[in-house]
Write a protein that binds this ligand. Structure first.
Ligand code: TRP
Length: 372
């Protein structure tokens, strides 16, 4: 039996029905029409949009309305620094970078070292701050624009953030956070307050600019509940509601489930060695048949194959080639070993480059960081 679907900011498990999530969370599907409207401004479309990795939104049409009226938006996204960055984390960041380039938008990047301390019994503040530093290297390595990108840890930027978080917290009751996040009387009080901190970057640019600036948040859909709260409170504080575009989760290398750091063998970390990448990919779950003979006769099943997903969502940007790969697999014309080997070599190439840029990032990190 498949596990029941659970999607909360702190837990994602079971088989994910994205259509059902749109209904349960009350978001809107990211339609072809909206994507076409975006394309009028960007000229081309990022792979993650063409392949529908981003599938849902709140008020994205409004962001475009405002943009067309010359009321430009800024971007906001974040990372909970509970460990090293893996490929799954990079998905929303790739799109964020592309949006920044296309719209010359400012970006606030929040590192919730406070959250990960409060929610993870095993992590100390020193741990989450260390991972905040490590994760920042990955952010910078992706090539965000130094002049327009502001990365901050909640703890190190608390003097600025806390004052604004208080204003959110004053409008937020325990009964609402309980209903949204499922807190109980046993939850620590820091957890109950925390969402106020995640709200603040939705208004940060408005506060700095002294006038309201639209905010667009690219994120994986598990983070949406936080911003449901923010969107209720924003007008009460005199701000716009933040708009959101939601991505699906990158699947792990095992059978089903998202890429999750709690199962290190099913994810590729940005700190993995070339040997580790080879090993993880060679052990990946595929849609292949039991024997080579059978696969030649009946073909493989790319729809359930984790390796195919990696080509599809990240490592085969050419639309024609990805289609050919699928056909070849279904026709039994390519075997899993070969397919895995090629994927491993693409991932290794990407990571070798990334790791080089990650090292270089150490020299410029100060230019990206906000603290007080
Ligand atoms: N809470 C997020 C996490 O655990 C981190 C985060 C903070 C975030 N602000 C965000 C994620 C905005 C997406 C968008 O990963």
């Amino acid at each position: 039996m498949t596990e029941k679907m659970t999607v909360t900011p702190w837990e994602v498990k079971g088989e994910i029905d994205y259509y059902k999530l749109i209904k349960e969370f009350g978001t809107e599907p990211l339609t072809d029409e909206l994507i076409a409207r975006l394309k009028r401004h960007t000229k081309d479309l990022h792979l993650l949009l063409r392949r529908k990795m981003f599938f849902s939104h709140r008020d994205f049409g409004w962001i475009l309305d405002e943009y067309e009226k010359d009321n430009k938006f800024y971007l906001y996204t974040g990372r909970g620094p509970s460990g090293h960055t893996h490929l799954g984390h990079l998905i929303p960041w790739f799109l964020t970078k592309w949006l920044q380039d296309k719209f010359k938008a400012k970006l606030y990047f929040q590192l919730t070292d406070d959250e990960k301390f409060l929610f993870n019994p095993k992590l100390s503040i020193e741990d989450t701050q260390k991972f905040a530093y490590e994760n920042t290297l990955d952010i910078i390595a992706l090539g965000f624009d130094q002049k327009r990108t502001f990365v901050f840890s909640d703890i190190n930027y608390a003097k600025t953030l806390y004052k604004e978080a208080l204003k959110v917290a004053k409008k937020l009751t325990f009964s609402t956070t309980k209903a949204v996040f499922g807190f109980t009387s046993e939850s620590n009080v820091g957890q109950i307050f925390f969402t106020s901190m995640q709200s603040v970057p939705c208004f940060l640019e408005s506060i700095k600019a002294g006038k309201n600036v639209p905010c667009l948040i690219p994120l994986a859909i598990d983070q949406d509940p936080h911003f449901r709260i923010t969107r209720d409170i924003a007008p009460k504080l005199g701000y716009y509601k933040p708009a959101i575009i939601h991505s699906k989760f990158l699947p792990g290398l095992g059978k089903g489930g998202k890429m999750s750091a709690s199962e290190p063998d099913t994810c590729i970390f940005t700190t993995d060695s070339q040997e580790q990448i080879d090993r993880k990919i060679s052990n990946a779950f595929t849609g292949g048949a039991a024997t080579i003979k059978e696969q030649k006769e009946k073909g493989g099943n790319p729809d359930i194959c984790s390796v195919y997903q990696y080509y599809y969502f990240v490592f085969e940007p050419d639309d024609k080639k990805v289609k050919e790969l699928k056909e070849k697999c279904k026709a039994g014309k390519i075997m899993c070993g070969e397919c895995k080997k090629e994927l491993a070599s693409r991932i290794k190439k990407f990571m070798a480059e990334h790791q080089k840029k990650r090292e270089q990032a150490k020299k410029v990190i100060d230019k990206f960081i906000l603290s007080d």
